[in-house]
Design a protein around this ligand. Sequence first.
Ligand code: OAD
Length: 254
Amino acid sequence: MRFSTDLISRLRSATHVAVFTGAGVSAESGIPTFRDRQSGLWQNFDAQSLATPEAFERDPAFVWGWYEWRRARVLASQPNAAHRAIALLAERVPRLTLITQNVDDLHERAGSREVLHLHGRICSPYCSACGLEYPAPQPALLEPERGRRLEPPRCGQCGGRVRPGVVWFGESLPSLAWEQAVQAARGCGGFLCVGTSSIVEPAASLTRVAIAAGSVTIQVNIDSTWLDDLVTLNLRGPAASMLPELVAEVWPQA
Ligand code: OAD
């Protein structure tokens, strides 16, 4: 991988770098993306029957069972070299803000701290009635069988149904995380957009904000997206090899 000296010096002088990730960053850990033509979750499952508050209202056991199946896959997966490169980058720049659309915890398990989870966290279910967090069942109790209906547990405080800790279509993003993400996109000198189709709003608008603010923007993706010609640099390839190379070349160990 070769970068122009101008790009390298602009990135190295950035005192704040933001990294914005999507499902593609966890794909090489074995977690399916949403829109991959063959294995994407939304190619194989109907989002409206699974990822809306109405779907949970209508058929809680179907929805809970599906998210428990996904959670089991997350628990059985390990962070990959892309997650680790981002954690390493945080040690090499003055300030790094990591923003993710992913509901898995692979960034944290790779060593990243204070991750802004715009779409929630699959391992943090909570009561749909009173909002109290519910301790997720132990992995040993999980049945990682796709399509199995599972009755959601009941809240110990109010008896309401426990729901997955993710943001569904039609719901607002967590406001503090969103505000911090927008601020980072506006104020950073370097913005990396990694493994996302950039089509789900409002998250996708962050890259536009960074471009408009004049930040150096780099996209890492195995496929083309509508951002290809808008970012400063488009790196076409798998995140688990592109990100370690990028970090090693632009921010080598001091
Ligand atoms: P998508 O499935 O829409 O996009 C994944 C992107 O990752 C695609 O552009 C792929 O080309 C790219 N990709 C796949 N493997 C890759 C790899 N190894 N290295 C680099 N890129 C790779 O997933 P998201 O953009 O994350 O929302 O989807 C956004 C939101 O849509 C999700 O957070 C989810 C979904 O509905 C909620 O759950 C609320």
